[in-house]
Design a protein around this ligand. Structure first.
Ligand code: NAI
Ligand code: ISE
Length: 336
């Protein structure tokens, strides 16, 4: 079976996912595109999906009988409305992070999926599919003893002018929020945020860098440095300190040079390259599950928990270093 996929939001990642579905992966085809900026959908069709129909609205795309499954890759604030519509249509849905921009929105999606009675939604937390994180999880599960601390860093070379302090949490650190829960098989109970002096590349509405400290139910303490104007590259670091040893996330493969009296190796600068292979694997997983009318991988529940945690971290940004509690509701059995 070829899964006929529609894409809502044909910006940077929507186009990249359309490319990988039509040119790299198997079992699916992009048949429909929609974007509030029609020119963007037309450009995506020209470059990656010449046979796709363009729909004036996301809702019309979702309801089309020619579309079996939907990718939601529009701006974060629009995800909830589309994911709810896809669930109402009973179709599998891949939604880029964030699932919803508020915890209430995440809950509405979980409630709708539970009422439907079967998983339909996969959230775009691609790090769970990254070979480095999978190897790190194997070491955490079986080699270094029980985890005690995690030191992590999420560094972007630069961000656009409209990027402001809370976005460091719900746009950027949301990846650590999800992947560290999965890595440790644990949930968060509190968050604190510390701000050193801002770097000179920051501006009035962006305090950068910052350190988020999360405590888990099992008592692990996690520090995550978020530095979105670090200038030197796109750099994702993660070190887990266990009872018996330490495990580090491997850096991406890079040629090591001895040149001009220096030892050098390249650091990537773009998230698209850093997680290239993981995006391929996550979307193939989506296609395989969609062919069976369901979804696997990171769930609506994971997206909802990430939203609850993000809200707590943003509250912690505003609380002058005080800890903010994170209280999770009971997990519906659909997500066990
Ligand atoms: P973008 O700004 O390049 O593209 C978004 C597109 O959505 C634009 O073409 C815009 O016109 C369209 N759009 C906005 N509102 C719409 C609506 N109501 N209906 C239909 N189309 C609409 O943004 P980008 O970087 O592609 O990000 C999109 C989403 O993907 C965001 O939620 C972002 O957080 C997520 N993302 C995830 C990444 C990952 O590593 N998993 C990496 C980059 C982005
Ligand atoms: C972007 O939306 C992503 O998801 C990237 O992975 C992240 O590094 C970046 O900070 C976000 O803006």
């Amino acid at each position: 079976m070829t899964v006929r996929i529609g894409v809502i939001g044909t910006g940077a990642i929507g186009r990249d996912h359309a490319r990988r579905i039509n040119q790299v992966l198997g079992g699916a085809k992009i048949v429909a595109l929609s974007d509030v900026n029609r020119a963007s959908a037309e450009a995506a069709r020209k470059d990656f999906a010449p046979d796709a129909m363009i729909f004036e609205t996301g809702e019309a795309l979702i309801d089309s009988p020619g579309v079996d499954a939907v990718l939601v890759t529009s701006w974060g604030a629009t995800h909830e409305q589309y994911v709810l519509a896809v669930i109402a249509a009973g179709k599998p849905c891949f939604c880029e992070k964030p699932l919803a921009t508020t915890a209430e929105g995440g809950k509405r999606i979980v409630d709708a999926e539970v009422a439907h009675g079967k998983r339909l939604v996969q959230v775009g937390f691609m790090r769970r599919y990254d070979a480095g994180y999978i190897a790190l999880k194997q070491a955490v599960d079986s080699k270094i003893g029980a985890p005690i601390m995690v030191h992590a860093a999420h560094r972007n070379p630069a961000v656009p002018e409209q990027y402001v302090t809370p976005m460091a949490i719900h746009d950027t650190m949301i990846h650590e929020i999800d992947v560290l829960r999965w890595l440790l098989d644990d949930d968060y109970v509190s968050a604190r945020v510390l701000f050193p002096r801002s770097s000179t590349r920051s501006h009035a509405r962006l305090r950068d860098p910052q350190i988020v400290i999360l405590e888990t139910a099992k008592g692990t303490i996690i520090d995550v440095e978020i530095f979105v104007n670090c200038h030197y590259g796109y750099d994702i670091q993660c070190q887990v300190v266990g009872e018996d040893g330490i495990a580090n996330l491997p850096d991406p493969m890079a040629i090591s040079l001895r040149l001009d009296a220096k030892k050098q190796s390249e650091i990537l600068t773009d998230w698209k390259d850093r997680f290239l292979a993981s995006y391929d694997v996550e979307l193939q997983d989506f296609i395989n599950a969609a062919a069976k009318g369901t979804a696997s991988g990171p769930s609506s529940w994971d997206g909802y928990v990430a939203a609850i945690t993000s809200d707590a971290c943003v509250a912690a940004q505003e609380s002058e270093g005080a800890a903010i509690s994170i209280n999770l509701p009971d997990r519906p059995s659909l997500y066990n």
